[in-house]
Design a protein around this ligand. Structure first.
Ligand code: ZN
Length: 249
């Protein structure tokens, strides 16, 4: 990666007045959480299951207990994870809005550590820290990751389920509206650890670009995104983000 590109990206960040981060699994990868599509090769039991089948309404209706047990295993993994240098670098920046595809709370943890917990975090794909009623009566509950409850029913008779977006489900309308509004008004979008190839999330980058924003992409793989206002940096988020923010901390 050219040093010039990094320098240019640092300058873009320094001049931004309404910056937004847009993150995916790569942001949390260095915190020891298996990225969703990789699953966990270490776990002999769960590696036999297909995440795409478990994380769906069909999978839940067919085997609700298995799906909840799988999520509770993921919650246990998350309970032991800590924010990495990339989360902390982002969290140290005042005035940022964070849009994430991640269902963990590592960015929130980092914001709490750095004391800048007023920055909003928009979870496009929901969160593992909450359950809601699958019968859509509107009831929801916060979950203790260390003691996630087994399969249980809501008072209305429906099953409780994790408040994450499953395959085939729409993104939460209010969250996507807020994210689109941010993408429209931002002057700098920092994209971290996502190939952003799935719509509608992928459209956020296009919205930002078409509204004149500068875009910086940090990922371990090259996206091949081109354009006068797009700067691509290839490498680990935990290394690159501290460098990007070196001058502003
Ligand atoms: Zn209910």
């Amino acid at each position: 990666m050219s040093r010039d590109r990094l320098t240019a990206a640092v300058a873009k960040i320094a001049h931004a007045s309404n910056p937004v981060s847009f993150s995916g699994a790569g942001l949390s990868a260095e915190s020891g959480i298996a990225t969703f599509r990789e699953g966990s090769d270490e776990d002999a039991l769960w590696s036999r299951f297909d995440p795409q089948q478990l994380a769906s309404q069909e999978g839940f209706l067919a085997a609700p207990e298995t799906v909840i047990d799988w999520y509770n295993w993921r919650r246990k993994t998350l309970a032991g994870a800590k924010p990495n240098d990339a989360h902390v670098s982002l969290a140290k920046q005042p005035g940022w809005t964070h849009i994430t595809q991640n269902v963990d709370n590592l960015l929130e943890q980092a914001l709490e550590i750095t004391g800048i917990d007023s920055s909003p975090v928009l979870h496009l794909h929901g969160t593992l820290l909450k359950d809601h009623c699958n019968a859509e009566c509107g009831y929801e509950e916060l979950i203790d990751l260390h003691q996630a409850p087994p399969l249980r029913q809501c008072n209305c008779g429906g099953y409780m389920r994790p408040s994450v977006v499953w395959f085939g489900e729409s993104l939460p309308a209010q969250i996507i509206q807020s994210a689109v509004a941010q993408a429209e008004k931002t002057d700098l979008m920092l994209v971290v650890g996502t190939s952003a190839q799935v719509y509608p999330a992928a459209g956020l980058i296009e919205i930002a670009v078409s509204n004149g924003a500068e875009v910086i992409v940090v990922n371990t793989e090259c996206h091949g995104r081109t354009g006068a206002r797009v700067t691509e940096l290839v490498g680990e988020a935990g290394k690159l983000l501290p460098e990007l923010f070196a001058d502003s901390c």
